[in-house]
Design a protein around this ligand. Structure first.
Ligand SMILES: [Zn+2]
Length: 318
């Protein structure tokens, strides 16, 4: 009887927080967020997830739920539900899906978090009905998920979509992955902040010096946005730089993949009014004309913000 309601659980497992939602289609009936406590190790994190599940069920039986979909940070083996490698969680070959399934007694699927968000956009959001699209996340890091011929793309070693680590300049700034000049080193929140910090260190005049109380560690994305609002040259330059590099990368992926559209989401979108014109103009300049196609937008904002990963996980069993 209860299954007629088609309830499912969506779990967003990140390095700092776990968000669990009891969902009915694209509607979140109840949500709980807890600190991941990654330092407590695998079993500790499993306990946090199970505690959050208990909270959202609110006395309902787990039998009312079709299954649980987990979007996790890191490289995931979708077939086994294992987290192959996740630096954020400090895990290698961790049997996440199996452990949660055993504890809850319902089917569990595990996906990479950006790919889970892509499922949410495909099923309920701005990728609905599309056969070919990319979903790019630009936040602390930069990642993407792809639907090609109607199917989510995984790649041979489950790492498809790592757009944050394509090389824009081999002599460029150092990236967290150890290479130089990765897209993420330019366009992530951290990449943008690092650029501003380096310019301030050189003695560049900017409102940001004062706004950050002359402490480089206070130079964060929202502060750069605040300075940009006041017309600060350095802040605007740093944000336009994001638009330029992202525009080149997206022109390249359009030329390579020929998608209907590329969706954009993540914390960087808070600054979209400053960088989108640059991004779109840069794309138009570098894209292969046949890939640009007719009069259609090349980029669009994703529908879901913070709940995308959770909804995508739940969508697998919706
Ligand atoms: Zn990298």
């Amino acid at each position: 009887m209860a299954k007629a309601k088609n309830l499912s659980l969506g779990i967003d497992l990140g390095g700092t927080k776990v968000a669990v939602g009891l969902c009915h289609g694209d509607e979140i009936l109840k949500k709980a967020i807890f600190p991941t406590q990654a330092s407590a190790g695998f079993d500790g994190v499993i306990s946090v997830i199970l505690g959050a599940v208990e909270k959202v069920l609110e006395g309902r039986s787990i039998k009312e739920v079709n299954g649980a979909g987990i979007g996790s940070a890191g490289q995931i083996n979708g077939a086994t539900g294992e987290v192959i490698y996740s630096p954020n969680l400090g895990w290698k070959n961790a049997p996440l899906g199996g452990s949660i399934s055993k504890a809850l007694g319902v089917p569990v699927r595990v996906l990479n978090d950006v790919r889970a968000a892509t499922v949410a956009e495909h099923k309920f959001g701005n990728g609905k009905g599309l056969e070919n699209f990319g979903n790019i996340f630009v936040g602390t890091g930069v990642g993407s998920g792809w639907v090609i011929n109607g199917q989510l793309m995984n790649g041979t070693t489950n790492s498809a979509g790592e757009i944050g680590h394509i090389c824009m300049d081999p002599e460029g700034p150092l990236c967290g992955c150890g290479n130089r000049g990765c897209l993420e080193a330019y366009c992530s929140g951290t990449g943008m902040e690092n650029y501003v910090k380096a310019e301030l260190k050189k003695g560049r005049k900017s409102l940001l010096g004062e706004l950050a109380e002359h402490k480089l560690e206070n130079v964060r994305g929202p502060l750069i946005g605040k300075a940009a609002e006041q017309g600060d040259e350095l802040a605007l330059e740093a944000i336009h730089r994001v638009g330029t590099y992202l525009g080149i990368a997206l022109a390249n992926v359009h030329t390579l993949m020929n998608p209907e559209v590329v969706l954009l989401g993540g914390g960087m979108m808070a600054l979209k009014k400053f960088f989108m014109p640059t991004l779109e103009a840069t794309m138009q300049k570098h894209i292969l004309p046949v890939a640009a196609g007719a009069e259609r937008p090349l980029v669009r904002e994703a529908r879901f913000e913070n709940d995308a990963v959770l909804l995508g996980g739940a969508a697998i069993f919706a």
